[in-house]
Design a protein around this ligand. Structure first.
Ligand code: ARG
Ligand code: MN
Ligand code: MN
Ligand code: MN
Length: 311
């Protein structure tokens, strides 16, 4: 099978330095080599991490409360083109981040490619402690990594080309085809959005109540068989026991096995078209061992999504 790799060293969607070194840490620990030699994928796309420094906008003043709006918009526009090219060629697309703002680029690119290539709308499974569905207006932080789902579903609209106006209908995700798993830190304004739009969401409450097995049955039943799936996995969905090295850790999360199981189930559908693994920040652990654990967990998640553990 063919795999298109997009390695994005970008941190502008949030304030903490170091998440731009996430992809390099994942690659240095041998992830791409394993995908190639052990899982048998032929690799295309980025052979090195891209940092998009040339797209950084100087004096990038806040806009509608968003921080670094033009820079985040420009980098995502470039990522969108990259994932589009990989996806339209029929390759499974793997993006290594970077903060979660980059999902504006990855999902817009695969959504457009899948419309063109298969005439289909994609579904998105968003595995995260957070809903990342703030609009610029509802966000308390102004950090764009808390907003990607709002831009992707059209709940938030860019007002000019240099501030997400380039996200057009062809790039968008049908909010009915969005499923969350792992939520446990959702802002008041976000809860209102989720309720108003009847968004399918399995919080940690549901994982505890039903177990991850039934949660995955229900999540995949909602999406329906034969729908192309983009998996966007924020490492902070995992409990800090397994992934302490991330910008916004929240206790009470998924075990590593539950995270791996989600990925295995999605792989097993045969409908996976793209995977994002984001928010690994090796600079943030209290100990070097914590950073290594987080990188190891990230690698495990990706390998499971690519089919490692299935016999
Ligand atoms: N809801 C908070 C915000 O809007 C936190 C978002 C955290 N997002 C993430 N991708 N880790 O700022
Ligand atoms: Mn998160
Ligand atoms: Mn996130
Ligand atoms: Mn397989």
């Amino acid at each position: 099978q063919e795999l298109g790799v997009v390695a994005v060293g970008f941190s502008g969607g949030q304030p903490k330095a170091g998440v731009d070194n996430g992809p390099q840490a994942l690659i240095q620990s041998g992830l791409l080599g394993q995908i190639n030699t052990e899982l048998g994928y032929k690799l295309h796309g980025d052979s090195e991490v891209q940092y998009y420094k040339d797209l950084a906008v100087a004096n990038d003043a806040d806009h509608r409360g968003m921080k670094n709006p033009r820079t985040v918009s420009a980098v995502n526009k470039a990522i969108s083109q990259k994932t589009y090219e990989q996806s339209v060629a029929g390759r499974l697309t793997l993006t290594l981040g970077g903060d979660h703002s980059i999902a504006i680029g990855t999902i817009s690119g695969t959504a457009k490619a899948t419309r063109e290539r298969l005439g289909r709308e994609i579904a998105v499974i968003w595995v995260d402690a957070h809903a990342d569905i703030n609009t610029p207006e509802s966000s308390d932080s102004g950090n764009i990594h808390g907003m990607p789902v709002a831009f992707l579903t059209g709940l938030a609209k860019g007002d000019s080309d240099d501030a997400f106006g380039w996200v057009k209908e062809e790039h968008q995700l049908n909010i009915k085809k969005l499923v969350y798993i792992g939520l446990r830190d959702v802002d008041v304004g976000e809860k209102k959005i989720l309720r108003e739009h009847g968004v399918k969401a399995f919080s940690m409450f549901d994982v505890d109540r039903y177990g991850i097995g039934r949660v995955m049955e229900m999540a995949l039943a909602h999406i329906g068989a034969d729908t192309p799936i983009h998996l966007s996995f924020d490492i902070d969905a995992l409990d800090p026991t397994w992934a302490p090295s991330t910008g916004t850790p929240v206790r009470g999360g998924l075990t590593l096995r539950e995270g791996d199981y989600i990925c295995e189930c999605i792989h097993q559908t045969g409908n996976l078209i793209a995977v994002d693994l984001v928010e690994v920040n090796p600079a943030l652990a209290a100990t070097e061992a914590g950073a290594q654990e987080t990188v190891r967990a990230g690698c495990s998640i990706v390998r499971c999504a690519l089919g490692e553990t299935l016999l």
